[in-house]
Every structure is written in structure tokens, then in C-alpha cells.
Write a protein that binds this ligand. Structure first.
Ligand code: SF4
Length: 367
């Protein structure tokens, strides 16, 4: 359908790779998430990785809080092909182990690793194994001296902490890294990233940390992440939600989709419903979203409960439904089809049409 998006000029940054996923220097903005199973429950973690892959995650982060978790990570890494980031706090030895066990990247918060010597060992091991590191600065775990200087985790404090680590990495002649400065307060996170973006050339990982429940967290994350992306800041992102991690990936793609930056899967256009609706729009959209979350092809599908707005939306979508009495109208590429959909069986029938259309579009894009 017509391209209605205004191009965003992205900030220039260096290129790094997490496994085979490029980050920075105009690479597609990658969508990350993090498993929330016990890493030592190997099968649970692998199952969650598979669920995340189904919804299109590019990179997955896994917590390594103990030696046992590092041993489990070694096995998990062998059983999956998606790039994995080992998330390390406090204990530099776990970072070294995770690299040796095949991590594609490390996420550390240098502020809680402690002495420079320990950071140096991590960096040296990352260099030897040719993997990148994310310097992950978080408002909840700033270095004591920086917190003392600023009295609270102000955006400037987050940036100072990041710059301190960046200078340290530079002094070790290590350049394969990306940086994040995260805060749970949207304005602080946005401001910190804006300041940081002017000072560095490394890729920036963006997100609003601990943003909250699915509703609250989605609102905060969308506002924060979209403010940054629309100014060209952000090379990779994670939406942090107190929800199942697949929701983080879905919201991440939705933000990118709305901004016209990266497209994956179906963009459902649906009316808010009222007493005119001829079928249960809310349930139909919910069921289809769930059934079709594996679809990668970008397409617009409008599901509208009656003729008031149905026709107008259907004309602009790849597939459109306009609610009618007992049977609803179907449009493909804006053209009304002879076949109608039975309202009683609308989810099943529509799923077939959507899958068919998705294959057609995929073939067209591949040729
Ligand atoms: Fe109601 Fe029809 Fe508008 Fe949907 S499109 S909200 S059913 S009037």
C-alpha cells in the first residue's frame, strides 16, 4: 500500500555485530528481549527462546546470576541459533565464563563490577573471543561517587557514568561496544540519551527500564522510545515490561511500525466498536493477533464492525473487512470481493485469506 511515512534521519554510529545481527551504521533497528525463566531450568528457557523467535525477536538476553546459571547457559547456547547476550552483574568471573561458553555479547554495568582490574579482564576476554559488550548504565545502580556528586540519578549522572566506562574501554583499545543509559522515568531516560547521542559514536541501545505492567509499561516505553527514534537516536531496543517477554517483542515491533522504521507482521486496523457492530470485533482481532503472530510479512488488515467506516479503511488496506448482517464484506487491495465472510466463522475464514495474502506479498517481495 502507499508509503505514508516520513523518513527519519538516523544518527550516524559505528557498526558492531551481536552474532550475525548488525547493530549501528544504519542497520535495521533490532528488537531484543530477555528470558524470565530460571536460567538453570534449561528446557523452560529454551522453550521461551522458541516463543520469542516465533514473534520475531532478533537478540535474546539471559541472566547469569550464578555459576550454575553459567553452566546452563553453555548448554542453552548449543541448542539455539539466535544470538544470546549474557547479562552479568557483580561477578566478573561469570562474565568470563559466559564468554568462554559462547555468549555473542555481554551486558555489564561497570558500576557494579567493581575494580578496574576486573573490567580489564572482561574486556581482554571479549577481545580474544571477538565479541562485543554493552555498557548498560541504569539509574538504579550508579557508581557511589557519581551518585554523591549529583545527589540523584539525573540524566547528566547517567551520562557521566557511561562516559567513564567508554573512556576506560577506549584506553584498553576496545571498540566493539554499545551503550545504554536507562531510567524508569521517561523524561530522564530521553534526556540522558539525547545528551549521550551528541557525545559518542558507538551504537546506542534504548529502552525505558522497569517501565511497569503491560499497559503502563507500553505507554511509557512507547512515548520514551518513540521520542528518541523519531530524532534518529537508537540502534537497538528493548521494551521492558512486567509481562511475558513475547509482549516486549510485539510492542517493540509495533513502535517501529507506527514510526515507519521497520515492518514485521500484520498491522491490524480495528474500530473501537459500538452497538452497530455486526460481529464481535474485539474478540476477532484478539484471536487473529494470537493466531497470526508468526507472520513476518508486513501487511495492513482492517477489521471494522459496520459500513460506517468499514469501506474507507478497507480501501487503504491489503485486506479489509466491513461488518454486514450475518455476512461481512471482504476487500483485497481495496477491491470488493464476491465472497463474503460468515460472521459466525469469521476468524477461521479470515485467517485463511490473510495467510494466502501474506504468501502472495512475500513472493512478490522476494522476486
Ligand atoms: Fe461502530 Fe461501525 Fe464505527 Fe465500528 S465502524 S465503531 S461498529 S459505527
Amino acid at each position: 500500500m502507499m508509503n505514508k511515512y516520513k523518513a527519519i534521519n538516523r544518527r550516524k554510529s559505528n557498526r558492531i555485530y551481536v552474532g550475525n545481527v548488525p547493530i549501528g551504521n544504519n542497520a535495521p533497528i533490532s528488537v531484543q528481549s530477555m528470558t524470565n525463566t530460571k536460567t538453570t531450568d534449561i528446557q523452560d528457557t529454551i522453550n521461551q527462546i522458541d516463543q520469542l523467535k516465533r514473534v520475531g525477536v532478533d537478540i535474546i538476553r539471559i541472566s547469569i546470576p550464578t555459576k550454575e546459571a553459567a553452566e546452563a547457559f553453555k548448554i542453552i547456547k548449543k541448542k539455539t541459533n539466535i544470538p544470546l547476550i549474557a547479562d552479568i552483574h557483580f561477578d566478573y568471573r561469570l562474565a568470563i565464563k559466559s564468554i568462554q561458553y559462547g555468549a555473542d555479547c555481554l551486558r555489564i554495568n561497570p558500576g557494579n563490577i567493581g575494580k578496574k582490574r576486573k573490567i580489564n579482564e572482561i574486556v581482554s576476554c571479549a577481545k580474544d573471543n571477538n565479541i562485543p559488550i554493552r555498557i548498560g548504565i541504569n539509574s538504579g545502580s550508579l557508581e557511589h561517587d557519581i551518585l554523591k556528586k549529583y545527589k540523584s540519578p539525573l540524566p547528566e549522572a547517567l551520562v557521566e557514568s557511561a562516559i567513564r566506562s567508554i573512556e576506560h574501554f577506549d584506553s584498553l583499545n576496545f571498540h566493539q561496544f554499545k551503550v545504554s543509559v536507562k531510567a524508569s522515568d521517561v523524561f530522564s531516560a530521553v534526556k540522558a540519551n539525547k545528551i549521550l547521542a551528541k557525545k559518542i559514536t558507538q551504537p546506542i541501545h534504548i529502552g525505558i527500564t522497569e517501565s511497569g505492567s503491560i499497559r503502563n509499561g507500553t505507554v511509557k516505553s512507547s512515548i520514551g522510545i518513540a521520542s528518541l527514534l523519531s530524532e534518529g537516536i537508537g540502534d537497538t531496543l528493548r521494551v521492558s515490561l512486567a509481562a511475558h517477554p513475547i509482549e516486549e517483542v510485539k510492542v517493540g515491533y509495533d513502535i517501529l511500525k507506527v514510526l515507519g522504521i521497520r515492518f514485521r507482521g500484520i498491522n491490524f486496523i480495528a474500530c473501537p466498536t459500538c452497538s452497530r457492530q455486526e460481529f464481535d470485533v474485539i474478540k476477532v482481532v484478539k484471536d487473529l493477533e494470537k493466531k497470526l503472530e508468526d507472520i513476518e510479512t508486513s501487511m495492513d488488515v482492517s477489521i471494522i464492525g459496520c459500513v460506517v467506516n468499514g469501506l474507507g479503511e478497507a480501501k487503504m488496506a491489503n485486506l479489509g473487512v466491513t461488518g454486514g448482517y450475518k455476512k461481512s464484506g471482504l476487500y483485497q487491495d481495496g477491491i470488493r470481493q464476491k465472497n463474503k465472510l460468515n460472521n459466525k466463522d469469521i476468524v477461521r475464514e479470515l485467517e485463511i485469506y490473510i495467510r494466502k495474502k501474506s504468501s502472495e506479498l512475500k513472493n512478490k517481495n522476494d522476486n
